[in-house]
Design a protein around this ligand. Sequence first.
Ligand code: FAD
Length: 296
Amino acid sequence: VTVRDRLAAPGPHFSVEFMPPRSDEEEASLWLAVRRLEPLQPAFVSVTYGAGGSRRDRTIRITERIATETTLLPVAHLTAVGHSVAELRHVIGSYASVGVRNILALRGDPPGEDVTAEWVKHPEGVEYAEELVALIKRLGPFSVGVAAYPDMHPRSPDPQSDIEFFAAKVRAGADYAITQMLFSAQDWVGLRDRAASVDVDIPLLPGIMPVTSYQRLMRICELSGQKVPDDLAARLLEVKGDAAAGRAIGMEHAIDMARKLLDEGAPGLHFYTFNRSKATVEVLEALGWAPTPART
Ligand code: FAD
């Protein structure tokens, strides 16, 4: 089964993203989230690809375990950072050998936290995600996803070039795209319309995560290089220090945005979980996609 098949079935769908855990404790929390979300039948679960060797090994191990020990469909993220083409082929081959046929092809960011740091291609590697998409497609019958940026990617010179580079990834064979974390349904609508203007009609899954504190929102925007959503930032700033109030605002904002996205025709919702299930399950409950627990 591929993500392409799953998304072709009547929707809307939801999917979730996990990160490779850094410790045994984090790993336990990841498996708890996996087991809680499994009965809700996400279309797929994706596992991000880290910057360093040991985290990369964990990505591969976790993805394989999801494939072999759960009923879930795993999608392995793969980045071009620090890899030669031979190494990329090797990683792709090792996924194929355990039946993982779904890959999210990314260029990746330069190592470190500075999103503006210079990107340096591996001398025998690839420059853009587009080439990684083409490489994966040449190696076998993989379903390949790519990243999309409602705000445009921070390194793109202007929105038009950004969408044209995105279209090139689709022409190279991308079957669907997942957006960077969104804070407004209108941003997704803008991306969808720009994509349509360059004849791109693959499913564009909006990325969602309830952001429950001002500090966290600022940190996410800093790390991803995206614009701070002023309205949400102002609401969270007003309750800074009050965790419960921040959580209520973050949840309400995410649920409201999810409803608007579905009204606008989004083919599904992709949840950034940070390896926890609670917030995702709450949004799904609010949408009527998960049984609401009986309250006594
Ligand atoms: P590309 O599509 O290659 O684009 C990179 C930049 O190059 C853009 O500015 C683009 O406009 C420009 N460009 C593209 N083609 C050309 C061209 N032909 N000529 C000139 N310029 C061009 N990072 C990780 O490290 N691990 C992960 O697991 C991970 N998962 C992610 C999941 C999602 C859903 C998203 C949205 C991002 C994820 N990222 C991850 C972050 C991602 O790696 C970075 O945002 C990275 O900077 C860009 O990756 P890309 O695949 O979009 O790159």
